[in-house]
Write a protein that binds this ligand. Structure first.
Ligand code: PGA
Length: 256
């Protein structure tokens, strides 16, 4: 049975002080929820502070991005090793905002995933189609390309169980427009089929595939009850502590 995985992607929101107060208040609220893997992804400036605030709790910390090189003259970048040292156990890779606003490609995503895995960071690898691609009927082909070029070259069979794949239809991110439960399930089942083709039945069955795109408390249940949806990557709604705690609680298997 896959343990549900729910992550808060704070994007470029929250100062160090705001992030610290949230983490301190959030941890006790979710302390008894041990059947969901819970992760906060603060901005880099707050990462170490949040990790310290969450030390010895059941809440993990993720970076929102990383560079694939170990170190070097890459102004503005952060390596996997730096994230680990700052207290992260996870890293979001290839978010659609990184792809569309910062020029990331499947090729850079593959390098980042490989570097994350070798630094013992759990990659939360984001894939998903744009509205134009969905309207052209290309959704599944886009997912195939992103898996084939972005994930497969970086992930060995032994690493599949460590990987988290986030299916985030770009048209649903920050728009208030969520994929229907059926649309999400169709995409997730397809992703799992491709993982199965690539890595075999057993490995594919262990990989968490989570949904992202306008997840809120009110739509969490219908999404996470789909057989191939294993949790959520939450942007806007995760900025509110109570809303995010509610999403975590509604992602538990025994309550669905
Ligand atoms: P949203 O963002 O929940 O605000 O749509 C999700 C994401 O970008 O990961």
């Amino acid at each position: 049975m896959r343990i549900p995985f729910v992550a808060a992607n704070w994007k470029m929101f929250k100062t160090v002080q705001e992030a610290f107060l949230y983490a301190k208040e959030f941890a006790p609220v979710v302390k008894d929820i041990t059947d969901v893997e819970i992760v906060l992804a603060p901005p880099f400036t707050a990462l170490h502070t949040v990790a310290e605030a969450l030390r010895n709790t059941n809440v993990g910390v993720a970076g929102q991005n990383m560079h694939f090189e170990r170190e070097g003259a890459f102004t503005g970048e952060t390596s996997a090793g730096m994230l680990v040292e700052a207290g992260a156990g996870y890293v979001i890779i290839g978010h659609s905002e990184r792809r569309t606003l910062f020029g990331e490609t499947d090729a850079t995503v593959a390098k980042k995933i490989a570097a994350a895995l070798s630094a013992d960071l759990v990659p939360i690898a984001c894939i998903g189609e744009t509205l134009a691609e969905r309207e052209r009927g290309d959704t599944l082909a886009v997912l195939d390309r992103q898996i084939h070029d972005g994930l497969a070259p970086a992930v060995d069979p032994a690493d599949v169980s460590k990987l988290v794949v986030a299916y985030e239809p770009v048209w649903a991110i920050g728009t208030g427009r969520t994929a229907t439960a059926e649309q999400a399930q169709e995409a997730h089942a397809h992703i799992r089929r491709r993982l199965r083709d690539q890595y075999g039945e057993e490995a594919a069955a262990t990989c968490r595939v989570i949904y992202g795109g306008s997840v809120k408390p009110a739509n969490t249940r219908e999404l996470v009850t789909q057989p191939d949806v294993d949790g959520a990557l939450v942007g806007g709604a995760s900025l509110d502590l109570n809303a995010f705690a509610e999403i975590v609680a509604r992602s538990r298997r025994d309550t669905v």
